[in-house]
Design a protein around this ligand. Structure first.
Ligand code: 2HA
Ligand code: ZN
Length: 284
């Protein structure tokens, strides 16, 4: 079977296009990776070639022998649809979890510069979801980035604000979101900090940079990114209209909502004093 005809490659490429259309992937911004299922790789075994082993820059032993579809370093999401073999590719992890080789695509390129973060997130998510999560997505989401300049960089603040700004949010991400302070991207340190957040959450904010999302499939992961970014956009608008917030979704409302939708909200983000969460001034 031709690699480009497989469902997972088509889904991956559609997600790249959808992200670009949202305005989250200026130039070569953002990256995407997918942990390929055994039966999916079996279908295209004949199409794979043998590349050179290279260092990942971190160690992911739980992913040894796994195959990933990834975006390329320096490649633009806008070009994935027309130039897939240059912009995306399949890599295999060696048995130590320290090296990878390219077995398809990525012509003239390498995997994303954020490969350490992607793989460390995959490793922790594979463990905590019993293999259910397969997609890791990094996007430069404008409104979340804007908020990282004006809100304290705390999990509790971002989670509560995003929950409060759109009724869908507590249902879509009941565990909350993590926040990673500004760090140099592309290396092991930021990968470790992000992986720590991903043990508990499916979303991690990177201050002044963007977000990482994890999920079982392309739609769910994209939807998670989209839902959080939309809530951030609402908060930016509320903070911009220069008019005090005179009503909101209270913590009592959040608890009722969770009951109705059968989700368990991470209780450390529910305010114990019973004060309505948004009773204060505009957006703070
Ligand atoms: O791929 O988004 O974080 C470019 C980036 C680095
Ligand atoms: Zn980035």
């Amino acid at each position: 079977m031709n690699v480009l005809d497989t469902g997972f490659v088509k889904g991956f490429m559609n997600m790249c296009e959808a992200g670009f259309n949202m305005g989250w992937h200026e130039r070569n911004g953002g990256n995407l990776s997918y942990r390929i299922k055994e039966e999916e790789i079996a279908e295209i075994k004949d199409m794979l070639s043998d590349g050179e082993w290279r260092d990942i820059g971190t160690c992911v032993p739980l992913l040894s022998g796994e195959y990933f579809l990834v975006t390329g370093s320096g490649r633009f999401f806008s070009n994935v649809k027309t130039n897939p073999e240059e912009t995306i590719g399949i890599i295999k992890i060696d048995e130590t979890g320290e090296r990878y080789k390219t077995v398809w695509g990525l012509k003239g390129s390498r995997p994303t510069s954020e490969l350490p973060t992607h793989l460390m997130n995959h490793e922790v998510k594979k463990k905590v979801t019993n293999g259910a999560h397969r997609v890791i997505y990094h996007a430069h989401t404008t409104n979340i980035i804007a908020l990282t300049f004006v809100l304290p960089l705390e999990d509790s603040v971002f989670t509560h604000k995003l929950w409060e700004m759109a009724t869908e949010c507590p249902v879509v991400f009941p565990d909350g979101v993590g926040v990673v302070k500004w760090m140099v991207p592309g290396g092991r340190d930021i990968a470790e900090a992000t992986m720590e957040k991903m043990k508990e959450y499916d979303l991690a904010v990177w201050a002044h940079h963007g977000m990482f999302a994890s999920g079982p499939d392309f739609d769910t992961t994209f939807g998670l990114m989209h839902t959080a970014e939309k809530s951030a956009e609402i908060l930016v608008k509320v903070m911009s209209v220069n008019s005090p917030m005179i009503q909101t979704i209270t913590d009592e409302d959040l608890i009722k909502l969770a009951g109705e939708f059968g989700v368990t909200l991470n209780e450390k983000f529910i305010r114990k004093d019973g004060n309505p969460s948004g009773s204060s001034r505009n957006g703070d």
